[in-house]
Design a binder for this molecule. Structure first.
Ligand code: SF4
Length: 375
């Protein structure tokens, strides 16, 4: 969507958009590089201090741009160094952003929507309801704030769209943000440093392959449709066969072979039996992938418990015996509710009905319901 004149979001535009804007004003498009560097690489938002930009360009920018940053409502640091920020957006919705430090890297977990409509039964975000899609500016703001203001001493090396929301339901904004993350003049991240994680919107996976060069993670969580639909109602619309076929297309597409990351949260006595481990291995045998096993992070009234460690270990061993690369992800930030599936935020006005801004990811039929049966 094009912003109205005078309201160009400073953090939300790509180098190409700035080039076009400059050309329209009879200015040299070459200044787009300097502008992107000033904003994203150097963290400079004051036009007065952008010395690499000529005065007449700065004057035009002053008239036409705005830069409302989210405000920090709360900041928490976990025992393991994981940091979580609650950020209030201009409209009042509160989202969460999590920075996970590890040896030689720091991963920022970004939100793409305020809330989520997909109603995965093990996920705390789903309990908040759905507010709206975030704009490109709001998505990029999360990285910009952490990189340049909140934690500059720990440069973010990777971003993952695993915070609040389903990124492929907001694909245009997510793809535009990903282009900025990958732009060598902005954040200069490689395709393995930007990961989009989906609950399984099949048309969105196919479109993502065409519009962005990023890594793909898929939340699978069950090897059979009956159980997966119970856990993730979206499975009623896009069952496992269709989802894995889309993963194969994604892995084959582009200039290089890509490995898909399969996420599997281990829920006690629900999806963690040896039979299900073997069934999962069977499903994944011909897919270039790596399985991340995730110990469940409980939250009040979730109704689920984490699988005991010996059960988790046995599940992983079976996958490895069957030739599947599998690791168990170490829980991070669970003491501040910053771990996977624990993000809550606060939606000012939850919306009912058809909340999708990007309707192209859903091709037909009604939305799945929380009961697990597509209506
Ligand atoms: S797990 Fe992801 S897709 Fe499912 S409800 Fe939570 S945020 Fe939405």
């Amino acid at each position: 969507m094009k912003p109205s004149p005078g309201h160009i979001p400073l953090l939300g535009w790509s180098r190409k958009q700035w080039e076009d804007w400059l050309t329209d004003r009879d200015c040299s498009p070459v200044h787009a590089v300097s502008l992107v560097r000033e904003i994203h690489r150097h963290g400079e938002l004051s036009l007065e201090r952008m010395d690499s930009i000529p005065q007449h360009v700065r004057a035009a920018l002053r008239e036409q741009t705005e830069c409302a940053l989210p405000s920090v409502v709360e900041s928490n640091c976990a025992r393991d160094g994981t940091r979580k920020w609650l950020l209030r957006l201009g409209c009042g919705d509160v989202i969460e952003t999590v920075l996970i430090p590890a040896a030689g890297r720091a991963t920022l977990c970004l939100s793409s929507q305020a809330g989520c409509v997909l109603n995965c039964t093990f996920c705390r975000t789903a309990r908040s309801g759905f507010g709206r899609n975030l704009t490109v500016h709001e998505i990029v703001s999360q990285l910009w704030l952490v990189r340049h203001r909140l934690q500059p001493e720990m440069p973010v090396t990777h971003v993952v769209f695993m915070g609040m929301g389903e990124p492929l339901a907001n694909l245009d904004a997510v793809a535009d943000a990903a282009h900025l993350f990958r732009d060598p003049h902005a954040y200069s991240m490689g395709c393995r440093q930007v990961t989009v994680s989906t609950a399984g919107l099949v048309p969105g996976i196919d479109r993502l392959r065409q519009v962005a060069d990023v890594s793909l993670a898929v939340s699978l969580h069950a090897p059979d449709d009956v159980l997966r639909t119970q856990l993730m109602p979206i499975n009623a619309r896009y069952p496992i066969d269709d989802l894995l076929a889309a993963c194969r297309r994604y892995a084959d597409g582009g200039s290089r072979k890509r490995k898909i990351i399969i996420e599997y949260v281990l829920l006690d006595d629900v999806n963690d039996s040896p039979e299900r481990a073997r069934a999962l291995a069977g499903r994944l045998r011909d897919l270039p992938c790596k399985v991340n096993l995730i110990p469940f992070n409980a939250f009040p009234e979730s109704g689920y418990a984490a699988s005991p460690e010996p059960v988790r270990n046995r599940f992983r061993e079976i996958l490895c015996e069957e030739g599947i690369v599998a690791i168990t992800r170490r829980p991070r930030g669970d003491d501040i509710a910053a771990a996977c599936g624990q993000l809550a935020g606060k939606i000012r006005k939850p919306r009912a009905g058809m909340p999708w801004a990007d309707h192209s990811v859903l091709t037909h039929g009604p939305l799945p319901t929380a009961s697990g049966v597509a209506g």
